[in-house]
Ligand binder design. Sequence first.
Ligand code: GAL
Length: 471
Amino acid sequence: MNTFPDDFIWGTATSSYQIEGAAAIDGKGPSIWDAFSGIPGKTHRGETGEIACDHYHKFKEDIQLMKNMGVKAYRFSIAWARIFPTGKGTVNEEGIQFYSDLIDELIKVDIVPWVTLYHWDLPLALQLEDDGWLGETISDHFAAYADLCFERFGDRVKNWITLNEPWVVAILGYGQGVFAPGRVSTSEPYLAGHQLILAHAKAVHVYREKYSHQKGQIGITNNCDWREPLTNSEQDKEAAERALQFFLAWFADPIYKGDYPEVMKKRLGDRLPTFSAKEQKMIKGTSDFFGLNHYTTMYAAHDDGTAKERSVYGNGGISEDQDVDLSLDENWKLTLMNWAVVPWGCKKMLEWIDQRYDHPDIYITENGCAYPDELVDGKVDDQERLDFYKGYLQACQQAIEEGVKLKGYFAWSFMDNFEWASGYDKRFGLHYVDFDTLVRTPKNSALWLKEAIKNNSADTILEISDKIKSI
Ligand code: GAL
């Protein structure tokens, strides 16, 4: 059996809006996702995060389920509007108390908290008053909010993630308009991306300058799918590389190299804002680790002008800016999101990051899949998810063997939850949630992960008898 390094961190992940519910309870202010999901037609069946998994009231039970699985770490996010109901100004002490209790409960059972400061639920007031991520004041408000979180929670929290997936915020929130705040534009994504990078960097400076005595680490989580050249032609290889740069290097290059990738500057011209020399200096080096959310792979080819007719546009970004034609191999299995299951793409993605960013410590802060699970006799036989995890974790293990410094892996998600525009229709959980009764049930994938954690190995086989054993 191949094993992971002894100190490998096995975790699960969630985010505030997707699980907490209690949307307007104990002083929480509205977020852009409360508003967006309330607009008819924006989410599947008009579903919202108003109740979600009611984790706000059930967090102790959830932590016990995590403990049962043997996870070493838990990644969750703080709802900014629970701490500052209007994004700035008056602090809501009840919100502070909730996260403080959650953190204490985790520590009590030896699960290490990994805290994301922003997982898309911007306080609505900042959208209305400050123009959200397009406004030039937002980065300072974010830094002030981060400052308070470090002050109140940093004695116990040693792992911080500033932003979750700025690419999604920019492209889906400001480009395609399918996520909050629902803007449709070909220029705003690059403006929003710019403010997101500045916000991240300012928060890291606050942490390093005021809270170094807390001795924690801080970084950012970016998402990227792998892009495999469709053919061996130079054109297709360049197209795949270009697609990766528009996806991941857009955010990672400023942080690791000080500026946007050349290919983006060249192709976007005036639509891509510029950083001053002072800003470049402020941004460069602001990540202690490389956080990666990775879900799938697509082929990339040079777009010869006919791409629109034959391409599948999955997480492509603004394709006109890239001239990349994305496609799938018909033999690849698809999840319920229509994302292809391609573990070797994960390995290649890790190797690309390792090379481009000079061998950083990497944490996969999300990886997982949605399937149409069914609860039968109190059990969920989600063999496809189990196989997914096994395949991706084996690919991770191989990447480590080849020298990639992958330090940990967080499965998305601990439990089924509000999957943004897809509402409750797409189940990503290791635990099945009955959204009528809110009862949680570990799926077979959770039983497998428990064994894998125990063995510290992705080669773990789940015996049939284990499947029916209660966790
Ligand atoms: C990520 C996101 C998560 C979750 C997941 C599955 O992009 O960070 O919140 O929704 O995708 O779609």
